[in-house]
Design a protein around this ligand. Sequence first.
Ligand SMILES: [Zn+2]
Ligand SMILES: [Zn+2]
Length: 466
Amino acid sequence: MTEADKKSALDRVGRISRSRLEKSHAHVGPNAGSVAEVYYPSWTNDEHRNYPLSFCTPLRFTLPVDGKARGCVATAARRRWQSQEPCRLVYGVASLPLGAPVELEVILSNEVRESTEFLGGIMPATKLATAPMKVAQIPSPGADFQIVEREIPKPGVGQVRIKVQACGICHSDVLTKEGGLPGIQYPRVPGHEVAGTIDELGAGVSEWKQGQRIGVGWHGGQDGTCPSCRRGDFRNCRNVKIPGITYDGGYQEYMVAPVEALAAIPDTLSAVEAAPLLCAGITTYNSLRHSGALPGDLVAVQGIGGLGHLGIQFANKFGYKVAAIGRGSENAALAKKLGASLYIDSKATSAAQELQKMGGAQVILATAPNSKAMSELIDGLGPNGKLMVIGAAFDPIEVTPPQLIFGSKTIQGWAAGTPADSEDTLRFAELSGVRSMIETYPLEKAAEGYARMMSGNAQFRVVLTM
Ligand SMILES: [Zn+2]
Ligand SMILES: [Zn+2]
């Protein structure tokens, strides 16, 4: 670039003055694996806040390595520059001499360029992402939520960082809150109904784009090596990773997830709408579509709550005759509005007998975590009927062998599904209009939102917004 080119570029650059560029410091440091980083702590002043996105991006770095210049394009900067956070750029370079001079070109509108030389320094990788983010964490089993600040996490190889926009609060979060599973490491950030955008790609990620709208549900990754995985049955991976349990989940402003956990979100679904569909939605949708029930069959949905209100809608859109079963009459009108053909009040009458009057149910989707209520419904199944259990109570379902033998009935459990199943769920919701009923809370009120979910009074899913 000639001096005249530089001057012309500076003119077009406008408020980013040459002196500012020269005063900026780049620190070149080693990082895990093959990723190197350049950090601009001084480019975080007010002036940058108002620059349009296209003004500051993309950037190209030319790094003299082994006497040869290597270039690469870093795109991670654009959002940070807008948001005034310290600017951290990540790019893949095989090996980088510590303290090497770095040349930076700011490419504007693909034609205007400014170039300057930065002297490299060394900055430990752990201190690179100094911009804080807000996190709702559980410090230890049974403890209350804490709102704390943490450094924004960095995606590793095969991972992405997600800018979380919404995260549903699911009853299964009680496992993290109360320490219901062995091996959970604390502090832990719960949340497995995550919707947001890809904020940064880790090394080796090529199938996803920065800025893409994605979600992460219960299935947060698989080991790829267990007997189930070897048969392609990732849903039943013996070592399935669960966001919020195996690794930090979505009750935070940014989270890191492996690519195998990602599901694309259709344009017409908002993040808040998508979030509950990534656990409650997929669980009801996927269990019903694998239940064996065919259009026109009688399908009962037990429980009109977080799962049940979605189950009724999906069952209706699948073309089943839907019998909604609730305790008390208060949800009768709502159940019918959601698509139930009839409502059975199990407090006032025997739901099993009511179902038998209609020939018995082909499938009963048991959503309310109440084993006794589920046990009472088994006699409502028709021949070859199936009790599909998705409500997680921890006491036993009671059944006698003859109840199952005569009529060849089955009881089956079902857990969520893979991210591909999540995409099916989201697409079906988009096509059919199935939506969760939602109450939202800001991230800072995670404890309040969680308490609301636990009260059983929420109508019907609670979603945190960031
Ligand atoms: Zn869940
Ligand atoms: Zn596996």
